[in-house]
Design a protein around this ligand. Structure first.
Ligand SMILES: Cn1cc(C(=O)NCCN)ccc1=O
Length: 117
């Protein structure tokens, strides 16, 4: 596993703070469309339209398996979740609206974390 680094301002491991932020995403009331991979067998068109599926449970596995070398890779996968959502869903659909709410929530928390690193 990567040696924990002491970051500027004494904040400890960047990826530990990403793991905590993932917990906030997963427990958000509007997270329900993003908790598990979209079922490619039951959602028509998804497999063809969305080239790189991503969801919060997959991100959790990648954190646990040390597949991110920095917060940047974590941030890119979280944004992929929301970009996929915008590509596949109408903005005013239930899932489309949830995606916009979750992206706004994440962007605010990510900006707060960047200020501390
Ligand atoms: C993010 N997303 C989720 C679904 C879905 O059906 N999720 C299951 C919720 N229980 C369908 C399209 C989509 O873009």
């Amino acid at each position: 596993s990567k040696k924990a680094k002491i970051w500027r301002n004494g904040s400890t491991n960047e990826l530990e703070e990403c793991h905590q932020l993932l917990g906030e995403l997963e427990t958000h009331q509007d997270a329900w469309p993003f908790l598990q991979p979209v079922n490619l067998k039951t959602v028509p068109g998804y497999k063809k339209i969305v080239k790189k599926p991503m969801d919060f449970s997959t991100i959790r596995e990648k954190i646990i398996n040390k597949q991110y070398s920095s917060g940047e890779g974590f941030k890119d996968d979280v944004n992929l979740v929301f970009d996929n959502c915008e590509r596949f869903n109408e903005d005013n659909s239930e899932i489309g609206k949830a995606g916009h709410i979750m992206r706004t929530f994440f962007d605010k928390r990510w900006t707060e974390l960047l200020k501390r690193w």
